[in-house]
Design a protein around this ligand. Structure first.
Ligand SMILES: [Zn+2]
Length: 201
């Protein structure tokens, strides 16, 4: 018995839809992967990377985790960045957070269990670094929203210090790193205007 039959049915319908107007769609994808953007976003199910920026399969290299964190000791994320920059030669790295992020909210709460607590500790550090600004905000909702933004900015800075990114800039490879935030309320992205580097639009 096949488990989750609805998902397989959805998949067959999707594959048929892809080839309806473009019979070579999958053939082309098999032949080459040439995305120009790396997306580092939250694992949240409400933030589907490809869909919200209107990019098709093959056009966006994606890494997602809880609270869109880039830890310099995370071999998973670092491998994605290295492959994206050195092999795929992508031009843009987008760190995209989102408002109402549960991972960010957890950084305001009591310690949870491992391994999640060790992961959230990274967001707690961002919170601590901006304690004065956050404490001055009128309420918890405003603090939560602001920490979602501050966390993106902190991750952009970390990406800019990663070896593959630094080396790309040293050899003159066009590469820009951006910080964006997604609003679940209206489905819109906002550029936090913390971009570093230059690359063709
Ligand atoms: Zn999230």
């Amino acid at each position: 018995m096949r488990l989750l039959p609805q998902l397989f049915a959805n998949n067959r319908a999707w594959a048929a839809q892809q080839t309806r107007g473009d019979p070579q769609f999958f053939e082309r994808l098999c032949a080459i992967q040439r995305p120009d953007h790396l997306w580092i976003g939250c694992a949240d199910s409400r933030v589907p990377a490809n869909e919200i920026v209107g990019l098709a399969p093959g056009e966006l290299f994606v890494h997602r985790n809880v609270a869109n964190i880039v830890r310099p000791d995370d071999r998973n994320c670092l491998s994605v960045v290295q492959y994206a920059v050195d092999v795929l030669r992508i031009s843009h790295i987008i760190v995209c957070g989102h408002y109402r992020c549960g991972g960010i909210q957890a950084a305001f709460g009591p310690a949870t269990t491992e391994p999640l607590e060790g992961w959230i500790a990274h967001v707690r550090a961002v919170r601590a670094a901006h304690a004065a600004e956050l404490d001055a905000l009128p309420d918890d909702a405003a603090r939560w929203q602001r920490l979602c933004e501050l966390n993106v900015t902190a991750q952009v800075r970390i990406v800019c210090g990663l070896a593959p990114v630094v080396q790309a800039w040293e050899r003159g490879q066009p590469l820009a790193v951006h910080g964006w935030i997604y609003d679940l309320k209206d489905g819109l992205l906002r550029d936090l205007e913390v971009s570093v580097g230059t690359a063709p639009a």
